[in-house]
Design a protein around this ligand. Structure first.
Ligand code: URA
Length: 443
């Protein structure tokens, strides 16, 4: 009866009280509300929206539907980074060991790839033996010893969100800012953080391509963090082209390892350092942004960041020699160069097309149950703004067979535009958002 009353009230534009959100979330997590009623309720929320107090109440209800990490006893700052997702976005794999090696606990709970975007868990699982499934007590142990756990949403964390997000995915109700913000923040707050850094992507490959919608999401999540005494800082970063060169699971792990050894592409390093500096500032490791960057550069130059990743890999059951020998990652059967069809400026490398192209090669999902080929993807060396000659190699295709190579060629032909004039890409890091407001960093 409760569900029906709430569906009708939301459908008619009414307000749901905190206790009702709690009752509904608990009842749904416990299996007492059928999917058809919850789907109808979520559609009413999608169409009618949620006000500030409802968004807070939903977040709190989902957070409290499960366990939390409770890491206060560590007596260390606990900071995570969350990205709204994109193509080639391997920042978490570089940032988690890097920041953990500087004494900050990083409980990094990540997701899997879906649609055109990749997922950190899939990427990490390309490391032979690497296990991202763990119970909360195991994550706690890793955080005690190594300041870092790289894991997926466990059964224990925000079970109401887990069920609701899967249902939203199947019922066209994902793209609602209050529902997205509540879903992400319920999981992040369950990590027992002392601070959170958000990487809000904008541009054609982003989950929410428009800047205005990205800023609205950032502000909603910042407010939800403030409600629970967790300071949140958001950077808006570009996703109108892939980040870095490698796009595809094992290929991105290889690039992340190179980045931890000081050989990462400049755009990947800039985004990593910008987000990492916010993490170190929130952790109070330093009060100075330039010093934060220098600390991270020193960890990489000294080899300590890569060494820390090696220890994390070993602790999570993976083969640590991957850091010295990335050739032990899954290797595709076919490797082929792709060359420029004409001379001119690279004017676009369309991330959504690349992301879908990876899925077509077998390296991405169209539904959650899909099995992935972790070896496939692209390494795209040409960047928007580069001048190229006809016949010059601009990318490499990694595929499992000849038809994959052909599909990869079609993807690159569609994704890469070469023109007579260079087109200005979006600034890499354009806005910084805090509870004090929006700062424009670059236009
Ligand atoms: N990621 C989440 O965890 N939840 C959403 O609703 C959207 C993206």
């Amino acid at each position: 009866m409760l569900a029906l009353r709430l569906i009708e009230r939301k459908r008619d534009g009414g307000h749901i009280e905190p206790g009702e959100w709690r009752a509904l979330a608990y009842a749904y997590a416990a299996g007492h509300v059928p999917d058809y009623q919850m789907a109808s309720f979520l559609m009413a929320c999608f169409l009618r929206g949620l006000d500030r107090s409802e968004t807070h109440a939903l977040t709190d209800a989902m957070l409290r539907s499960g366990d939390t990490l409770e890491l206060g006893y560590l007596n260390r700052p606990r900071i995570d980074k969350h990205s709204t997702g994109g193509v080639g976005d391997k920042v978490s794999i570089v940032l988690a060991p890097l920041i953990a090696s500087l004494g900050v606990a990083v409980p990094m709970m990540s997701g899997r790839g879906l649609g055109h975007t990749g997922g950190t868990l899939d990427k990490l699982e390309s490391i032979p033996g690497f296990d991202t499934n763990m119970a909360l007590y195991e994550a706690r142990k890793l955080l005690e010893t190594l300041n870092c756990a790289l894991f997926g949403q466990t059964e224990e964390i925000a079970p109401a969100d887990r069920k609701m997000y899967a249902l939203r995915d199947a019922t066209g109700t994902v793209e609602s800012i209050p529902l997205i913000a509540a879903s992400i923040m319920s999981k992040k707050l369950a990590e027992g953080l002392t601070g959170l850094v958000l990487d809000v992507k904008r541009g054609s490959g982003a989950f929410l391509p428009d800047l205005e919608r990205g800023l609205e999401l950032a502000n909603t999540m910042i407010a939800l963090g403030a409600d629970q005494k967790c300071p949140v800082v958001a950077l808006v970063t570009a996703m109108d082209r892939p980040l870095g060169r490698a796009c595809g699971n094992a290929l991105e792990v290889e690039e992340s390892i190179a980045a931890l050894k000081g050989e990462g592409p400049a755009d990947l390093m800039d985004v990593t350092y910008a987000l990492g500096a916010e993490m170190l500032l929130l952790a109070d490791v330093t009060k100075d942004r330039a010093e934060a960057r220098a600390m991270m550069e020193a960890q990489i130059a000294s080899g300590k960041a890569a060494e820390h990743f090696q220890r994390i890999i070993e602790a999570q059951g993976g083969n640590p020699s991957v850091v010295d020998d990335p050739a032990i990652l899954p290797q595709s059967k076919e490797v082929e160069l792709f060359v420029a069809a004409r001379r001119g400026f690279i004017s676009r490398v369309e991330p959504r097309t690349i992301g879908r192209g990876i899925a077509a090669l077998g390296g991405g999902r169209t539904k959650m149950e899909d099995k992935l080929d972790l070896s496939v993807g692209f390494v795209i060396t040409a960047r928007p703004g580069d001048w190229v000659e006809q016949g010059e190699p601009i990318a490499t295709i990694f595929a499992r067979d000849r038809s994959g190579v052909e599909s990869g060629r079609a993807t690159l032909r569609a994704a890469v535009t070469i023109a007579d004039e260079a087109e200005l890409p979006l600034p890499l890091v354009s806005h910084r958002v805090t509870s004090a407001g929006v700062e424009v960093l670059a236009r």
